[in-house]
Design a protein around this ligand. Structure first.
Ligand SMILES: NC(=O)C1=CN([C@@H]2O[C@H](COP(=O)(O)OP(=O)(O)OC[C@H]3O[C@@H](n4cnc5c(N)ncnc54)[C@H](OP(=O)(O)O)[C@@H]3O)[C@@H](O)[C@H]2O)C=CC1
Ligand SMILES: CCCCCCCCCCCCCCCC(=O)[C@@H](N)CO
Length: 330
């Protein structure tokens, strides 16, 4: 065999091994497992939808659960429904996440927290000119500033916790928060993009306290909130969002809770969500060296897939406007 062939063969054999060993050495933070059995799981927005389903599943897995929302009656109903399905009593606290003092009081009344899920969220889709300023402000205030309020209220207790087991802070983002700008989701995506910046900075600030951060990215999920949103959603938003099929609530909850327990920073909920997570990974933390290899190898090719998606989305927009005979420049 010629020398050049031999060196090519050696490269093909040893490069992947070198890459695997190198990535195993450099992935940070290190992998971690977050136990939830007999630990306190605090879920905001837990009176319905994803939050309620998450609370039910965590309770069924032996966690002590507290749910926070504004409407006390809905919270009581949520408590009753969890007791009916699991026989377990969860704690309920009423507060508006936009009110830091109310959140602080609610967190103090709930006691030390081991797993925080900032799940609350409001969303109104529509072209910017059709969104009210108060709706835009509301999404930023509830989804982003509200999460800052909850984290600020919970963090001191987490840092001074007695049992030094690993704890978690998770944010319920969205696929539209994964650097995917979508027609009609300008304000909503801005609020969810903000969660990524918060989560990445927070992870560096709290890793020394064995606190681990997760960002959960569901696609459209079958909840009362989605039902409400669909009543006014622009058709183009539905066309583009349909690139990632609607998921069942229980599937999203299973992926979300497993992601939190495994300390994953990105928690995609579907295969397309996994592809999106790889394509948009940027400089986000990756604890799994296997996923790090996948990211290194696939990101380039997935960029082509993303550009094909963009092509199809702009083609849909063009067709939509052409049908309405307005001028269109792509
Ligand atoms: N459903 C979907 O298609 C998707 C949802 N998501 C995200 O998942 C999360 C949950 O969504 P979903 O279950 O559909 O939402 P729902 O509208 O079904 O429930 C929202 C929950 O948040 C609470 N909430 C709303 N505003 C506030 C506030 N200001 N302070 C405290 N609690 C509040 C609500 O209770 P109350 O009104 O009583 O306060 C309720 O418990 C959101 O962050 C959403 O962005 C992400 C991707 C897809
Ligand atoms: C490179 C590979 C890409 C793979 C496909 C990516 C498709 C992206 C579609 C984004 C869908 C956004 C749904 C938002 C759901 C939501 O948050 C609302 N229901 C409000 O809660």
């Amino acid at each position: 065999m010629a020398d050049s062939d031999l060196s090519l063969h050696l490269l093909c054999v040893f490069f992947p091994i070198f890459l695997l060993v190198f990535l195993k050495l450099i992935v940070r933070p290190r992998p971690v497992n977050i136990p939830i059995k007999s630990r306190h799981v605090f879920i905001t927005g837990g009176s319905r939808g994803i939050g309620l389903a998450l609370a039910r599943q965590a309770a069924a897995e032996g966690a002590r659960v507290t749910v926070l929302a504004r409407n006390l009656e809905k919270l009581e109903e949520a408590k009753a429904s969890i007791r009916l399905s699991t026989g377990i009593d969860v704690g309920i606290v009423s507060a508006d996440v936009r009110d830091f003092d109310a959140v602080k009081k609610a967190v103090e009344s709930a006691g030390p927290i081991d797993v925080l899920v900032c799940n609350q969220g409001v969303y109104a889709s529509g072209e910017i000119e059709n969104l009210e300023v108060k709706e835009i402000k509301g999404m930023i205030d509830v989804n982003l500033i509200g999460s800052f309020n909850v984290v600020k209220a919970v963090l001191p207790g987490m840092k001074n916790r007695i049992d030094r087991k690993p704890v978690s802070i998770a944010f319920m983002s969205s696929q539209s928060g994964q650097q995917v700008g979508i027609y009609g989701y300008s304000a909503y995506a801005a609020s969810k993009f903000g969660l990524r910046g918060l989560a990445e900075a927070l992870q560096q600030e709290v890793i020394a306290d064995d606190i681990h951060v997760s960002l959960i990215f569901p696609p459209d999920t079958d909840t009362p909130g989605l039902e409400e949103e669909n009543k006014r959603r622009p058709p183009l938003t539905s066309i583009i969002a349909a690139s990632s099929p609607v998921m069942r609530l229980d599937e999203v909850v299973k992926k979300a809770l497993n992601g939190i327990k495994s300390g994953s920073f990105f928690v995609p909920c579907s295969f397309k969500g996994l592809l999106l997570s790889i394509e948009t990974v940027g400089t986000s933390p990756q604890r799994s060296y296997f996923m790090a290899i996948v990211e290194v190898i696939l990101t380039g090719a997935l960029r082509i897939v993303a550009m094909c998606l963009q092509w199809s989305w702009y083609d849909s927009i063009k067709k939509w406007h052409t049908k309405r005979s307005s001028k269109f420049v792509a």
